[in-house]
Ligand binder design. Structure first.
Ligand code: ZN
Ligand code: ZN
Length: 193
């Protein structure tokens, strides 16, 4: 499991359990307690959790809402987990965009500040590293999020197959950003049509 996935798991566990012991997280995630401490550091800094004796608990709900916005960092649309695009910054903070459209644009804005970015494979819902993903634009299938629409795929082969059925063009990460920005210039910079 990637460190970011573990942090996400811890976040989920805390949302259901409210408080949890470090030793429990360590055994549930199958990593050392030291690793757990490292993983929860950004959550503490974010104000998402507070340290308790031997564990962590969820910070008060008002605080959580403030820090854990469920809206897109770029266009403020509500985020749906299956199209989300997450940016993990070098200062350990995370930002989430509603879809690859906003994710790529925000990613470009942040540039060097981004330590890692992950999105989901459109077909299989697996977590993928953005830099290895393939992006499909101009397809006839409309997911109802931001325009010009961008879908992400783990495998180039799947992206190509998808395009055969629904039309569109496949781009690797580096090209996707450039093409998207070019398209935005022609659409008056509005994500919503
Ligand atoms: Zn958005
Ligand atoms: Zn969107």
């Amino acid at each position: 499991m990637l460190p970011v996935e573990r942090v996400e798991r811890i976040r989920q566990i805390l949302l259901t359990k409210k408080n949890v012991k470090i030793s429990e997280l360590s055994s549930r995630l199958n990593v050392s307690e030291m690793t757990v401490h490292r993983d929860i550091k950004p959550l503490i800094e974010d104000g998402f959790v507070i340290k308790t004796f031997g564990g962590v608990s969820l910070a008060t709900s008002t605080k959580v809402e403030h820090h854990e916005s469920n809206n897109c960092i770029y266009c403020h649309r509500p985020i749906l987990e299956k199209t989300a695009y997450k940016l993990i910054l070098k200062n350990q903070r995370t930002e989430t965009a509603c879809c690859a459209h906003c994710g790529l644009l925000r990613h470009e804005q942040l540039g060097e500040e981004v330590a890692q970015a992950i999105c989901y494979d459109f077909l299989r819902q697996t977590t993928i590293s953005v830099s290895l993903a393939y992006f499909v634009m101009d397809t006839s299938l409309n997911i109802g999020c931001c325009q010009p629409q961008v879908l992400s795929f783990e495998w180039e082969e799947h992206a190509n197959q998808f395009v055969k059925g629904f039309g569109g063009t496949v781009y690797p990460f580096q090209d996707a950003v450039v093409v998207l920005q070019e398209k935005m210039k022609h659409s008056n910079n509005s994500c919503h049509t």
